[in-house]
Design a protein around this ligand. Structure first.
Ligand code: XLS
Ligand code: NI
Ligand code: NI
Length: 439
């Protein structure tokens, strides 16, 4: 059955097209540096927002019909698969991401829930074999059921910890079954509402214990991909332990998890932590921990995770600039952890939203390539740090001098104003504009 019979395969028509159901910049098979654009961008559909999110919010019920014409939960789960594959094929999206419960809901017991999940996963696997579409990453939804009210890995209840481990074990098996090269931990309830009831030290040790067990088990069943932590500072809890990339790096290193884990950076989580999206990517990259991206954007005036489809070209450009500098995606990709606004409730809006986000990234990618090819920014940065490649700077870098040597140098040298140069921020910003608007 076709779910979107009034929408065909979305063509690439180029930047002069006014067809709302065509790509203006995303040309999946265009070769760039020896690779088709689709392989540079590795777009993924998010099963939760796209297949399940009906626009429900704190003040009102759903506005979009995401029942896929089925009342029975198992039938609906399978209909979701059919509709998802249709969307991906029509939009030339090669990957998808999921939580276990997006694929198949909870039933009466964990055993039954697992058996139903297997049934749906087998159904997906068959579709993958037919179409070649791939799983980017999987994860376990250890945050929505009431049992997770005080956390999953950080719950004060050891039984909840055990239940979480069981759920993650199954989600890992499902990831391996679907050929996923990523497994995400997003700690939505792994934090606290008040320190008056919280043993922070034990909670963090336990979270690490759970992750260690997941790594050991994942590796034992042939998962060779990357584990990711997706930092987010708050929401739903007041404080989440995976606050931002720098905080997560400290955690991973403390518990010896840094060899197996990388970051899944989400644009709107970066801004919730009062960072730019680029900052989070740069921290991950410079620490060798860049993994994958949840592509969306927030609203500058709102302090929560609005998960909007990304359309800001400055942000997509600087994001792709960081991705290119990191050597491009390996196991990761660009997952649209994004939802159409509650008022954009029609089936066509799914397509308009993805087209907007994918085009914004395709254009940002081209702009980032041009920034790098142009070379002015890189050259400026190199020149700015030139003092570290010769003389005393090189001696410091090479570890040849100590505090006393530097004191002697400074006393002889006198005031340093002659070696200070302008940071030229405004000039550099105008170079970015120049490159962006002459594409
Ligand atoms: C929520 C998170 C979530 C993760 C996956 O804010 O972004 O959707 O990506 O659990
Ligand atoms: Ni996310
Ligand atoms: Ni989010």
């Amino acid at each position: 059955m076709e779910y979107f019979s009034n929408i065909g395969k979305i063509p690439y028509e180029g930047k002069n097209s006014t067809n709302p159901l065509a790509f203006k910049y995303y040309n999946p098979d265009e070769m760039i540096n020896g690779k088709p654009m689709r392989e540079h961008l590795k777009f993924a559909l998010s099963w939760w927002h796209t297949m399940g999110g009906d626009g429900t919010d704190m003040f009102g019920c759903g506005t979009a019909d995401k029942t896929w014409g089925q009342a029975d939960p198992t039938e609906r789960a399978k209909a979701k698969v059919d509709a998802a594959f249709e969307i991906m094929q029509k939009l030339s999206i090669d990957y998808f991401c999921w939580h276990d419960r997006d694929l198949s809901p909870e039933y009466g017991s964990l055993a039954e829930t697992n058996a139903k999940l297997d049934e749906v996963a087998d159904y997906i696997k068959a579709k993958q074999d037919e179409t070649g579409l791939k799983c980017l990453w999987g994860t376990a939804k250890c945050f929505d059921h009431p049992r997770f009210m005080h956390g999953a890995g950080t719950s004060p209840s050891a039984d909840v910890f055990a239940f979480s481990a069981a759920q993650i074990k199954k989600a890992l098996e499902t990831t391996v079954k679907l050929g996923g090269n990523g497994y995400v931990f997003w700690g939505g309830r792994e934090g606290y509402e008040t320190l008056l009831n919280t043993n922070m030290g034990l909670e963090l040790d336990n979270m690490a214990r759970l992750m260690k067990m997941a790594v050991e088990y994942g590796r034992s069943i042939g998962f060779t991909g990357d584990f990711y932590i997706e930092p987010k500072p708050k929401e739903p809890t007041k404080h989440q332990y995976d606050f931002d990339t720098a905080t997560v790096l400290g955690f991973l290193r403390k518990y010896g998890l840094d060899k197996d884990f990388k970051m899944n950076i989400e644009a709107n989580h970066a801004t919730l932590a009062q960072h730019t999206f680029q900052h989070e990517l740069a921290v991950a990259r410079t620490n060798g921990a860049f993994g994958s991206i949840d592509a969306n954007q927030g609203d500058v005036l709102l302090g929560w995770d609005t998960d909007q489809f990304p359309t800001n070209i400055y942000d997509t450009t600087m994001c792709m600039y960081e991705v290119i500098k990191a050597g491009g995606f390996t196991n990761g990709g660009l997952n649209f952890d994004a939802k159409a606004r509650r008022g954009s409730f029609t089936p066509e809006d799914i397509f308009y939203s993805y087209i907007a986000g994918m085009d914004a990234f395709a254009l940002g990618f081209k702009a980032a390539l041009k920034l790098i090819e142009d070379g002015r920014i890189d050259k400026f940065i190199d020149d700015r740090y030139a003092s570290w490649t010769t003389g005393i700077g090189k001696d410091i870098v090479d570890g040849k001098v100590n505090m006393a040597d530097l004191e002697k140098y400074a006393l002889e040298k006198g005031e340093v104003t002659d070696s200070l140069t302008s940071g030229r921020q405004e000039m550099l910003e105008s170079i970015v504009n120049n490159i962006l608007f002459t594409l």
